[in-house]
Write a protein that binds this ligand. Structure first.
Ligand code: NAD
Length: 729
């Protein structure tokens, strides 16, 4: 075997070390899946083996889960349902054989165990985990449109009950060691490095070779569907899942079915039920699009797939951030955490110190959670220098400005910073709206000037949008990408455009909501429909989050810039009246909603600015459902049409970046796999036909670019015609 090593000690305990060669982390590749049955067979049949301990040979973790690309491809390769089932059953069958092999088996979990990694350990009779803050245990499959297919839905449920297991699996929640012990997922938490010893001690102490569910008197914790308390879990659970997912995710429904049906039968049958629903889910377009965007494309972009290959790799060691406000302080924190020496500049020492205080606050949180120790905390904090002195920029590989959104101030900062920068160092702007080519006019070396657009809050948002000005050079692109990869964010590279890619397309979601408001739809209906599409919140709520005064300012600036060519936004008058009345959105507690009470309530005054004439009172109203479908279609199509326009204008040219940028950047409905996957799935002809109908009914904002018509005529798809060929560097 390549991936497992077996050493039998003097007591007859086999130490099975899981160690995939040439990889920093163990994953369940097809090779590993093929070897698991051999490991089980050896334990079962070798008389010298009295019991076994399963552990990992990697310092980085126990196992990060299935290699999804490999797995999905492998399971669906045959084409027939039976072949898919047989492939899916392989792991389940092997793990069932492990837990019924008649010898005690313990897992010594010496690193993170996620997805299939945790499932491997759930098939062991005993689980010992190292007491490290770096270790997480969980079943996160739902995040890529799947659910656990290696026995997790059945074993976790039988260990901790339907309610707790469904919550953990439907949210993809991960547990720290102590939490996992408290929840009943593991048996013992031991000092790091003693996991194997503790696991062996359990076997030597007479550890039982039987799972609780294989005992005659096993009772499902909390009760099953025919138990008065147990049935509540399914009734309430179904309603909760519906509320979270609006029926957009087949994985969520199939997970519930697998659990409901599985807990009513013995384990062998239960696992077959799980495999059936797993394969059924894997075959849905939603799961396939999510796996592609959120797993495969993300992995590729995180490895620098779009980095210009010819430029030697750089390693930014010192980076200056100018502007220590909300964004600047967040940027300082994430780069300090990545080991970058950070200079944080503001106009006054007080403002710079305030920014550093925010870094300190975030670091304290990590310290209190045990994610870093005191020595590392001290070193990280000391690596950030708060100052007003531009001389300290000297020696920086990169400067990022995050000062006020004002051209003159940004131009001034650019000149002063560039005076300190060595040749080849890059200047990045975190502007959210000002075109990069224009800002670069203030630069004496526009080839080293680039947009590095972070999202708020910086410590949580995973995407960074890199924007190229007309003169930005390849070296600057490569260096900006090296920086983004070093701080462990996902980069996309786009061309200059008003609002770039993400803000431009996201704003159409807000604007379509405004159009509906102007047409007389009830605000609550608009936001509910927004959520039903799979967006994280409705368009009015998100408009409040972004800030109405910002929306107003951007419109004003655009009007000034474009003059006669300016086309007013939908509902611009409503926003203007609200801002003039002091309603700026969530930030001052007054927007479309009032935020003083919790939960927030709709602002009654909105009824005067936008009287409701088209309320849909309930699903019983004739045509209500089709009206709701129409509103959903408008919200999704409006965004997708804008994405297609960006494509035609050359703002974006890689389907992976377009899709992942949309999901991570503005929360575009993840179940679609992103707007480009959505267009491909609907099919170009059908998409164009619907968009044409919408354009005829509601206006030119739904007019598709010629590119889509051309693709529709030729029967093409985006992922077909523009297959990503930029190989990973
Ligand atoms: P902010 O008002 O919180 O911070 C701006 C900081 O810049 C302030 O501390 C201010 O004192 C400082 N500053 C102003 N002029 C300066 C100068 N000449 N020299 C040094 N420091 C100066 O603003 P923010 O929300 O952090 O936004 C900063 C930039 O990031 C803007 O360009 C904004 O468009 C962009 N941005 C904001 C968001 C967001 O969600 N807030 C998201 C992405 C990008």
């Amino acid at each position: 075997m390549e991936n497992f090593k077996i050493d039998v000690d003097a007591d007859g305990i086999a130490l099975v070390t899981f160690d995939v060669p040439n990889r920093s982390m163990n994953t369940l590749t097809s090779g590993v899946m093929a070897e698991i049955p051999q490991v089980v067979e050896r334990i079962r049949t070798d008389d010298a083996i009295k019991g076994a301990v399963l552990t990992s040979g990697k310092a980085s973790g126990f196992c990060a889960g299935a290699d999804l690309g490999d797995m999905a491809g492998g399971m669906l390769a045959g084409g027939s349902l039976q072949e898919a089932f047989d492939a899916g059953w392989k792991l389940n069958g092997a793990l069932r054989a492990l837990e019924t092999c008649g010898k005690p088996v313990a897992a010594a979990i010496n690193g993170l165990a996620l997805g299939g990694g945790l499932e491997l350990t759930l098939a062991c009779h005993y689980r010992v985990v190292g007491d490290s803050p770096k270790i997480q245990l969980g079943l996160p499959e739902i995040k890529v449109g799947l659910f656990p297919g290696g026995g997790g839905t059945q074993r976790l449920t039988r260990l901790i009950g339907v309610m707790a297991a469904m919550t953990a699996m439907s949210e993809g929640k991960s547990f720290r060691p102590a939490e996992a012990k408290g929840a009943g997922i593991v048996h013992e938490v031991v000092p790091v490095g003693t996991e194997v010893e503790a696991a062996k001690a359990w076997i030597k102490g007479g550890g039982k070779a039987q799972q609780p569910w294989d005992s005659k008197d096993f009772k499902l914790p909390g009760g099953g569907p025919y138990h008065p308390a147990g049935i509540q879990n399914f009734l309430v659970g179904n309603a909760m899942l519906r509320k979270q997912s609006y029926g957009n995710y087949p994985a969520v429904v199939n997970l519930m079915k697998a659990v409901y049906e599985g807990v009513q039968v013995p384990m062998d049958a239960a696992l077959r039920i799980e495999t059936r629903y797993f394969i059924k889910t894997l075959m849905t377009p939603q799961a396939q699009a999510m796996i592609r965007s959120l797993f495969l494309s993300k992995q590729e972009l995180d490895k620098g797939a779009v980095r210009p290959a010819g430029v030697p790799k750089s390693d930014p060691k010192k980076v200056t951030v100018i502007g220590a406000g909300m964004m600047g302080a967040g940027i300082a924190y994430v780069q300090a955490l990545a080991g970058i020496e950070t200079v944080l500049i503001d106009q006054t020492q007080e403002a710079a110190d305030k920014g550093k205080a925010h870094v300190e606050e975030l670091l304290k949180k990590r310290l209190s959670r045990g994610q870093i120790d005191q020595a590392r905390y001290d070193a990280l904090l000391a690596s950030v220098t708060a100052t007003t002195d531009y001389d300290l920029i000297k020696g920086s590989d990169l400067v990022i400005e995050a000062v006020f959104e004002n051209r003159e101030i940004k131009a001034d900062v650019t000149k002063r910073a560039e005076a300190q920068l060595a040749e080849g160092a890059v200047f990045g702007s975190n502007t959210s709206t000002l075109p990069i080519t224009g800002l670069a006019e203030a630069s004496v070396r526009p080839e080293d000037f680039i947009g590095i657009h972070f999202f708020s809050p910086v410590d949580k948002m995973m995407l960074v949008e890199i924007i190229l000005g007309e003169k930005t050079g390849e070296a600057a692109i490569a260096k900006a990408l090296d920086y983004v990869l070093k701080i462990k964010k996902t980069p996309i590279v786009v061309n200059d455009s008003r609002g770039f890619y993400t803000s431009r397309c996201f704003s159409t979601f807000l604007m379509e909501g405004m159009a509906m408001l102007e047409e007389g739809y009830a605000p609550a209906l608009i936001d509910n429909v927004g959520r039903m599409t799979g967006m994280p919140r409705g368009p009015l709520e998100m408009h409040d989050d972004v800030a109405l005064d910002l929306s107003y300012k951007i419109a004003k600036q655009t009007r000034e810039d474009l003059g006669d060519k300016y086309v007013p936004n939908e509902g611009e008058g409503i926003v203007k009246a609200m801002v003039e009345g002091g309603r700026f959105g969530r930030k001052n507690g007054l927007g479309f909603y009032d935020y003083a009470s919790k939960p927030k309530t709709l602002w009654p005054g909105l009824a005067e600015l936008a009287p409701v004439t088209k309320a849909i009172d309930g699903p019983e109203e004739p045509g209500a459902l089709s009206q709701i479908e129409e509103l959903k279609t408008r919200l999704l199509y409006r965004q997708a049409v804008e994405v297609a326009r960006c494509w035609e204008e050359g703002v974006i040219d890689d389907p992976r970046e377009a899709d992942l940028g949309a999901i991570l950047g503005w929360g575009f409905a993840p179940w679609t796999g992103g707007p480009i996957s959505m267009i491909d799935q609907i099919g170009l002809s059908a998409f164009v036909e619907t968009a044409d109908r919408l354009a005829a009914t509601y206006g030119d904002r739904f007019k598709v670019p010629g590119l889509l018509r051309d693709m529709a005529a030729k029967g093409e798809t985006f992922y077909g015609r523009f297959a990503p060929e930029k190989a990973a560097a």
